[in-house]
Ligand binder design. Structure first.
Ligand code: GLA
Length: 363
């Protein structure tokens, strides 16, 4: 990809790369203050950058028929409203790291878009790195999370953190407030298989509304459970979490019940990975899927079908991955069964290994 970018921008001075991710477990826990367990994947957003004399931020893609170019005068970046295009994600970063001089960026990517594999946060992180140095990765992850709010999603920070902190051979337990990562080695006998349902899970339109609605419901549930303003479900005293079953509102009850259960599953999944216990890990993914489907209501019938197909083909566990509302499922299986699983899941399926986080290099 680097050479394709340099063909498209021969005088580039900097090339950056930020990976997408697969979350093993801990879905919709991050914005509730609970940990997640993702891994970065070997699919990235790439950007080549070069300073220009004209006082504009020129953003173009190597696939212009799909992703239209935009040229943004530098003095309009701060006041620019989101336009609902892919360039909004670059602007999100540029508002926090305003370029001091004109800049041309050429973007390329191998993360499947609108699949729940975090191509948009990878784009935000890559844009940050195209506009400046990496610095403290955990601090930048928090910065990128706040920046992405510009686009309208109240996301929780997992995607930006794993894009920056990813480690080959490891999943990461990521805790928040502040961002902290604990590497958990991925046992070599466990394969992570991902398949796309074909249903686009865009971080815009109705999926964004539905995502943000979950965030607000969880905040409301936290209030009902006695947490002060701005507190999260993670701030509910462990001893008070059982009171979730007394919440009057059935929707809030289901949402909070799912989040508390999922938070426990993250702890158990870390143990299962550390001891290489695939059956236990698989069961945790299955329980997560049931919760996401029935209590959190973020799965999609097309994803449920893939989950069933993966289990029938020998997966130890499978579930909808990412925000949901379509997109991908993730399954875990014995490595020597991965090819069989992929055959059952079709051409839009992949075996992913944990990959390195973002990098910025001289061209
Ligand atoms: C999206 C958000 C993340 C996280 C997941 C669900 O990817 O960007 O912060 O909330 O959904 O786990």
């Amino acid at each position: 990809m680097r050479s394709r970018l340099l063909e498209a921008l021969p005088d580039a001075t900097v090339v950056v790369r930020a990976p997408g991710r697969v979350n093993l477990i801990g879905e919709h826990t991050d914005y509730n203050g609970f940990p997640v367990l993702p891994m970065a994947i070997d699919r990235s957003i790439w950007i080549a950058a070069v300073p220009r004399a004209a006082p504009t931020l020129m953003v173009r893609s190597i696939a212009p028929e799909e992703y239209a170019a935009e040229s943004i005068p530098l003095d309009t970046i701060a006041s620019r409203s989101p336009r609902g295009t892919w360039v909004d994600y670059v602007v999100a970063a540029a508002r926090r790291r305003p370029p001091e001089e004109g800049l041309e960026l050429v973007v390329a990517g191998t993360v499947p878009a609108e699949a729940g594999l975090s191509s948009s946060s990878a784009l935000v992180v890559a844009a940050f790195l195209a506009l400046g140095e990496v610095g403290d990765r955990a601090a930048l992850a928090e910065e990128a999370r706040l920046a992405e709010r510009y686009v309208g999603t109240l996301s929780g920070g997992m995607d930006q953190a794993i894009a920056l902190l990813g480690l080959p051979g490891h999943a990461l337990r990521i805790d928040f407030r502040p961002v902290r990562a604990t590497p958990v080695p991925m046992p070599p006998h466990i394969a992570v298989v991902v398949a796309h349902s074909g249903v686009r899970a865009a971080k815009s339109g109705s999926a964004r509304e539905a995502y943000n609605a979950r965030v607000h419901e969880c905040l409301a549930a936290a209030r009902h459970l006695g947490v002060a303003e701005h507190g999260l479900l993670a701030d509910v005293e462990p001893g008070r979490r059982a009171a979730v079953c007394e919440l009057d509102d059935a929707v809030l009850r289901r949402r909070a019940r799912y989040v508390f259960a999922e938070a426990r599953r993250v702890e158990e999944a870390v143990q299962a990975l550390r001891s290489g216990n695939l059956p236990v890990l698989g069961e945790l993914l299955n329980a997560s899927h049931r919760g996401l489907r029935d209590d959190y209501e973020v799965s999609h019938p097309a994803v449920d079908i893939l989950v069933k197909r993966a289990l029938a083909a020998g997966a130890a566990g499978a579930r909808v991955v990412g925000a949901g509302f379509g997109g991908c499922m993730v399954a875990v299986c014995e490595r020597d069964r991965a090819a069989e699983l992929r055959a059952a899941l079709g051409p839009s399926s992949w075996v992913f290994s944990p990959a390195a986080g973002a990098e910025r290099t001289r061209a």
